[in-house]
Design a protein around this ligand. Structure first.
Ligand code: ACO
Length: 323
């Protein structure tokens, strides 16, 4: 049956802070090395926000460019979702700060907190609101300032993450049955809450806290969850992995990306990897990678794109879209 109200990805854009922190710079103040970080993770550098540069500031830069590329006015947006685990303030939602800075709204606006899986979750929510005709134009953003929640003395975590933002404009697709989001999957398993968490929060300690991680456990679960979610959406759309033109995975670790690609049978040439330059930007990593490959001409109109992510919770998800 033809779905006449599919969500179409009209545009994507991204923004990175100016300051680059190389592995060498980290090695000068921590007991680590460029070779250890590259071999274990694939990361070569990361971008770090300036003092006073907020998650909403990064989000707004990406959002403005996404709106202009889509040819959609800020005032036409009727949903703003910001996937983030590093909001400007505990409340209100960073999405409302973005609304104010864009001069958008009034419209529905809230944050989606599913850590690294946040962008996949946010696309899933926006897609449902579009399909049920409550929303026509959605601005879906992944934005993070993870540098603010890192323990810069802990070499096992601080070398992995960076700051950044990416945004897409989704529009109700009318009668175009060939484009848009074909299937979404999102899930979580709270038994693994303690394997990747921040040791602070408004209700627990009253402090912001620092990221803590059981890296091996995350690694073990990431491969099976990411591959499982990818297969789920491909099957739900009545397609096969062989139909996928581009895998745009969450950028956590090159060894995770390679293992998932191998398990799914997606070759490295069809996988977008931005880890070397961006590090792990949590909810921002997929739209940053999508923008990179769309802007450099690898991803073209008509391509089938598979996005998958996993993070704290554990939470995971996947989205399959025809561009
Ligand atoms: N520099 C140098 N040595 C280090 C560093 C570092 N930055 N970090 C840890 N080491 C040391 C350890 O202390 C340990 O030393 P020891 O043997 O003397 O005790 C040694 O390196 C090996 O440590 P392991 O933890 O066994 O290293 P491993 O190969 O498992 O790699 C890593 C660690 C990269 C964190 C890996 O477990 C991983 O990638 N896990 C996935 C985590 C992840 O990607 N998280 C991102 C958030 S979740 C998500 O986005 C999916």
């Amino acid at each position: 049956m033809t779905n006449t109200n599919r969500s179409v990805l009209r545009s994507v854009a991204s923004f990175l802070p100016a300051r680059v922190v190389s592995n060498e710079e980290l090695s000068a103040r921590l007991d680590t090395s460029d070779s250890w970080i590259r071999e274990r993770t694939g990361i070569g550098q990361r971008y770090i926000a300036e003092e006073g540069q907020l998650t909403s500031d990064l989000a707004v830069e990406a959002a403005r460019l996404a709106l202009s590329r889509a040819g959609v006015q800020a005032g036409a947006i009727d949903l703003i979702l910001v996937a983030t685990a590093t909001p400007d303030n505990t409340f209100p939602a960073t999405a409302t700060a973005v609304m104010r800075k864009l001069g958008a709204g009034p419209c529905m606006a809230f944050d989606v907190q599913a850590v690294c899986a946040g962008f996949a979750y946010a696309l899933t929510i926006a897609d449902s609101l579009i399909r049920t005709r409550q929303v026509r134009h959605a601005l879906v953003i992944g934005a993070e300032t993870f540098s603010r929640i890192l323990d810069w003395e802990d070499r096992t975590t601080c070398v992995l993450f960076g700051d950044g933002a990416g945004a897409v404009v989704l529009t109700a697709g009318g009668h175009d049955e060939h484009k848009g989001i074909l299937a979404c999957a999102a899930s979580a398993d709270g038994r693994f809450y303690d394997d990747l968490y921040v040791d602070g929060g408004p209700s627990s300690t009253g402090t912001v806290g620092h990221l803590r991680m059981n890296g091996r456990e995350v690694f073990r679960h990431a491969v099976s969850r990411l591959a499982g979610a990818a297969l789920e959406v491909v099957e739900a759309a009545g397609l096969t992995i062989g139909d996928v033109d581009w895998l745009v995975p969450h950028q956590a670790n090159i060894r995770i990306i390679d293992a998932v690609g191998k398990r799914l049978g997606v070759p490295a040439e069809r996988t977008v990897v931005t880890l070397e330059s961006h590090g792990n930007t949590s909810a921002a990593s997929i739209p940053l990678a999508l923008d990179t490959a769309w802007s450099d001409g690898r991803i073209k109109g008509g391509d089938l794109v598979l996005m998958n992510a996993m993070g704290g919770g554990f939470s995971w998800g996947a989205v399959l879209a025809r561009i």
